[in-house]
Design a binder for this molecule. Structure first.
Ligand SMILES: Nc1ncnc2c1ncn2[C@@H]1O[C@H](COP(=O)(O)OP(=O)(O)OP(=O)(O)O)[C@@H](O)[C@H]1O
Ligand SMILES: [Mg+2]
Length: 484
C-alpha cells in the first residue's frame, strides 16, 4: 500500500516536471532563503541562462535591478506581496536586459512563507520594438523657422501649413522620403493650440498590423493572451498631436478603424466595451501619390477624403532646384557649428553637380552629402568634388562619366549611358573589381539602388520587383549601406 503510494507520488513528480518544462510561460521559484529551486525551460530561454547558472544560487548574484527597481520575486518572499500582470525590467549577470510581465506570489505552508513563485511572460522584443519606433514629446525641435526654402513652391506649402496651425483639422502631408514631412508636422504642432500637449509620432510601416493596432488604440487586460491594461498612442497624445507616418502601409481594416476614430473623436481599446473620448490632432504622411495609392488599394478613399481637409504636397528637390543653394549654406553653417569648422564656400563644379543631380533622398540626402564632405575636409575652407562621398559621386553625373563596364554587366538597359561613358565597353571583359564576393556585393547594391530609384524609393514596390520580402529588402539596404 505504502509503496504504491510512493510510486504514485514519484509519477506525479515526473508529470509536474514535464508540465513545467513544456508550458510556454517562465516559472521561477525561490525557497525561503532566496535560492532558486525551480527554473523551467521557458524561463531559461527568456533569460538566456542555463539552469546550472541559476539553481541554488542567491537570486541577486544572478539578477540585477536598476536603482529604484526591486525584484517582484524577492518582494513576494520577504514582504509577502502579490503581483498581478506586473511589468518588470532587469538584467541578467551576463548583462542581458529582460522585460517580463509577471504574476508573483508567496507560497505558504501552515501560515508560514516557505518561498515565492514567479510566472513570467517575455515582452522584451515587443518593448524594444515600441521603444525604437515611438518618439515621445521632447523630440519636437522644429518650428517654421527651421524650414529652409525660398522657391515659390515651398513658400506656398509653408503658407498653407501656417494656416493649418489655426484649426484642429487633420492634415495629410504628401512627399517623397527626406522632403521634410516630419519637420512640417512638428512645425504645425509647435505653432498650434496643441503645442502644450505631447507630440507623438509613429511609423505605421515599422510593425505588423496586430501590434500597431494595440499600439495605436491600447488594450484591455485579457483581450488576448498576455494583454495588459495598456493605453494606446491616441490616449497618450491627448491634447496634442499624433503623427502617423506612412499610413498607406496600414491594412484597409485598420485604415477604417482610424477613420472611425478621427470622425467620432473617440477610440475603443482592443477587447474593451467602452468608448473613450480623445482630443488629438492627427497628421498623417504618405510618401507616394495618393491617387496612385488609392488606385492600388493602399489607401482607402474615405480615409483620404477625411485626412485631406488640409493637404500639403512637399515637392522633391529636383522640382525646386533654386532651393539647393540656400539649403547647402544652411547645412554648411549647421556643421560648422557642430564640427567647430570654418567652411565658407562650395566650388562651382560641386554646385553644378548638385544642380544636375536628381536627389532621390531629397533634403536628407543633401544634408548627408554636406556632412560627409565636411568630415574629410582638411586645411581648406571650400568644398570641392574630391571631398564628396563616394556614393554621391557614383550616382551623380560625375559617376556616369567615370563608370566602367561594370554598368553593362549589371544593367543591360543602360546601353546608352555605357556607350557614352569613358570606361571599357567590352561586356565580356569587365574591369577587375576585387574578389568575387566584393563584386557580387557591389552588383547587389547597384541593382537594389537602381530599383529603389525606379520606384521612387517605395519599399514595398521595390521589394516586389526584386522578388524579396519587404523585411529582406530593409535588411539588405542596411547591410549594404544604401541611402534609402
Ligand atoms: N525645408 C527644409 N529645411 C531644412 N531642413 C530640412 C528641410 N526639409 C528637410 N530637412 C532636413 O532633412 C531631414 C529629413 O527631413 P524629415 O525627417 O522631415 O523628412 P521626411 O519627409 O519625414 O522623410 P521620411 O519620409 O524618410 O520619413 C531632416 O534632418 C530635416 O532637418
Ligand atoms: Mg518622416
Amino acid at each position: 500500500m505504502n509503496s504504491s503510494k510512493s510510486n504514485h507520488s514519484t509519477q506525479l513528480m515526473t508529470i509536474y516536471e514535464t508540465l513545467l518544462n513544456e508550458i510556454d510561460v517562465g516559472v521561477h521559484v525561490i525557497n525561503e532563503a532566496g535560492k532558486t529551486i525551480i527554473y523551467n525551460n521557458k524561463m531559461a530561454e527568456i533569460e538566456s541562462l542555463t539552469k546550472e547558472e541559476v539553481f541554488d544560487q542567491d537570486f541577486l548574484e544572478v539578477f540585477q535591478f536598476e536603482d529604484g527597481q526591486r525584484s517582484t520575486l524577492l518582494e513576494a518572499l520577504f514582504e509577502e506581496k502579490e503581483f498581478k500582470n506586473m511589468k518588470q525590467t532587469y538584467f541578467t549577470k551576463n548583462g542581458k536586459a529582460i522585460t517580463t510581465i509577471n504574476n508573483t506570489f508567496p507560497i505558504y505552508e501552515n501560515d508560514k512563507v516557505i518561498g515565492a513563485i514567479e510566472i513570467a511572460k517575455d515582452v522584451t522584443k515587443i518593448e524594444n520594438l515600441i521603444k525604437n519606433n515611438m518618439k515621445l514629446k521632447g523630440d519636437t525641435r522644429f518650428t517654421f523657422d527651421s524650414l529652409i526654402g525660398d522657391s515659390s513652391a515651398m513658400k506656398e506649402v509653408i503658407a498653407v501649413a501656417k494656416r493649418a496651425t489655426r484649426t484642429p483639422s487633420s492634415v495629410l502631408i504628401i512627399g517623397e522620403t527626406g522632403t521634410g514631412k516630419e519637420l512640417f508636422a512638428q512645425s504645425i504642432h509647435n505653432g498650434s493650440e496643441h503645442s502644450s500637449g505631447p507630440f507623438i509620432s509613429q511609423n505605421c510601416a515599422a510593425m505588423p498590423d496586430t501590434l500597431i493596432e494595440s499600439i495605436l488604440f491600447g488594450t484591455k487586460k485579457g483581450a488576448f493572451t498576455g494583454a495588459t491594461d495598456q493605453i494606446g498612442l491616441f490616449e497618450q497624445a491627448e491634447g496634442g498631436t499624433l503623427l502617423l507616418d506612412e499610413i498607406n502601409s496600414l491594412s484597409p481594416m485598420l485604415q477604417a478603424k482610424l477613420l472611425r476614430a478621427i470622425q467620432e473623436k473617440s477610440i475603443r481599446r482592443i477587447g474593451d466595451t467602452v468608448n473613450r473620448k480623445v482630443n488629438v490632432r492627427i497628421i498623417a504622411t504618405i510618401n507616394e501619390d495618393p491617387v496612385e495609392a488609392i488606385a492600388n488599394n493602399r489607401l482607402r478613399k474615405d480615409l483620404y477624403y477625411r485626412l485631406s481637409v488640409v493637404s500639403l504636397f512637399i515637392p522633391p528637390i529636383r522640382e525646386r532646384k533654386e532651393d539647393i543653394q540656400l539649403l547647402v549654406h544652411h547645412f554648411i553653417e549647421k556643421y560648422n557649428r557642430i564640427f567647430q569648422m570654418d567652411v565658407t564656400e562650395i566650388s562651382d563644379d560641386v554646385m553644378q553637380l548638385f544642380e544636375q543631380y536628381d536627389w532621390p533622398g531629397n533634403v536628407r540626402e543633401l544634408e548627408h552629402v554636406i556632412e560627409a564632405a565636411m568630415n574629410v575636409l582638411v586645411g581648406t575652407s571650400t568644398i570641392e568634388t574630391a571631398h564628396l562621398p563616394y556614393h554621391f559621386k557614383n550616382k551623380s553625373t560625375l559617376g556616369m562619366q567615370q563608370k566602367s563596364s561594370i554598368v553593362s554587366v549589371y544593367d543591360p538597359n543602360q546601353e546608352k549611358q555605357v556607350s557614352n561613358s569613358i570606361g571599357n565597353n567590352d561586356k565580356s571583359t569587365p574591369t577587375p573589381v576585387g574578389n568575387l564576393k566584393e563584386y557580387l556585393l557591389n552588383a547587389e547594391k547597384y541593382y537594389i539602388q537602381r530599383t529603389l530609384e525606379k520606384h521612387k524609393y517605395h519599399k514595398t514596390n521595390t521589394a516586389e520587383e526584386l522578388g524579396l520580402s519587404r523585411q529582406t529588402l530593409q535588411y539588405r539596404i542596411k547591410r549594404l549601406d544604401i541611402d534609402a
